[in-house]
Ligand binder design. Structure first.
Ligand code: ADP
Length: 267
């Protein structure tokens, strides 16, 4: 029956139009599925911490007032600190969602300021040293060009995102190297290498998709929102930079950001 319907439609428009029509419908369906998955993901990601927070609030409420079994102060403080952790998780997710939505819905092009890379990388290093809390050996090799044309806040967020992933996916005692080098073609490269858990090759092409995670539990435990690399991807596109990922499961990963020569500035 489908064959006949196509024939009838194809009579007035010709075979080329049918092909175009089919492709458009498939594309629309794909977008609709992506939108539905995204809404389902966001709802799920918010629902879990919210349920936990609600549970703690109810436990504490039931422990107040005449006749209630009183909750010892140290136990109450423990519940409150767990609830605050979950609220922090929801806050990070909402912050990342807002950042992503601005980037995805046509944010103005990044301001053409000259970013001081030396200062930026020192800040990123400090940030990840704090995140690691002494559990990793973190090194900075900073021999690249002094300046980069683009948005300081966007470039900082991309560099910090990759560096914090290295910390979060590297067991204690591991080595993390942040490197900024000039390239022979006049461009420059920021590379983060870790000696962490690594990634199996089939996952690599999908890592920049929203909410794509190799191990959901591990990402959440380490404070991940599943949106970090999606944000990095958009920021890099806006700076005409490329992301190259190399990894060996169980041995570690390197995330390279390659900036073209026209982004490099002297100071
Ligand atoms: P998340 O918040 O889950 O870390 P990201 O978008 O930053 O989200 O990363 C997506 C997924 O890519 C992570 O869940 C993790 O599985 C994988 N990943 C990212 N960076 C690394 C790394 N340095 N080593 C191993 N896996 C990584």
């Amino acid at each position: 029956r489908l064959g006949r319907a196509l024939q009838i439609v194809s009579a007035p428009f010709g075979a080329g139009s049918i092909l175009l029509l089919t492709r458009d419908v498939t594309q629309l369906e794909r977008l609709e599925t992506m939108r539905r998955d995204f809404v389902a993901n966001v709802s799920h990601e918010l629902k879990t911490p919210l349920t936990v927070v609600k549970g703690f609030i109810e436990t504490l409420r039931d422990g107040i007032g005449p006749g209630a079994g009183e909750i010892p102060a140290d136990e109450a403080a423990h519940y409150l600190s767990l609830a605050a952790d979950q609220a922090g998780r929801m806050q990070r997710l909402i912050d990342d969602l807002l950042t992503l939505s601005v980037l995805e819905t046509g944010a103005p092009p990044p301001p053409e300021e000259v970013v001081d890379m030396r200062a930026l990388l020192a800040e990123v290093r400090e940030e990840v040293v704090a995140l690691s809390a002494g559990r990793h050996d973190i090194r900075l090799e900073d021999s690249g060009p002094a300046g980069l044309r683009g948005s300081a806040s966007e470039v900082r967020s991309a560099c910090a995102n990759l560096a914090s992933n290295a910390v979060r996916y590297t067991p204690p005692g591991g080595l993390i190297v942040l490197a900024w080098h000039a390239l022979p073609d006049g461009g420059a490269e920021y590379a983060v290498t870790d000696s962490g858990i690594g990634i199996e090759s089939q996952h690599i092409p999908r890592l920049t998709e929203r909410f794509y995670r190799v191990d959901r539990g591990r990402s959440r435990e380490s404070g991940g929102t599943g949106l970090g690399l999606a944000i990095v991807k958009h920021v890099l596109e806006r700076h005409q930079a490329r992301l190259v990922i190399e990894s060996q499961p169980g041995r570690g990963s390197t995330f390279r950001v390659v900036f073209p020569a026209n982004r490099v500035a002297t100071a």
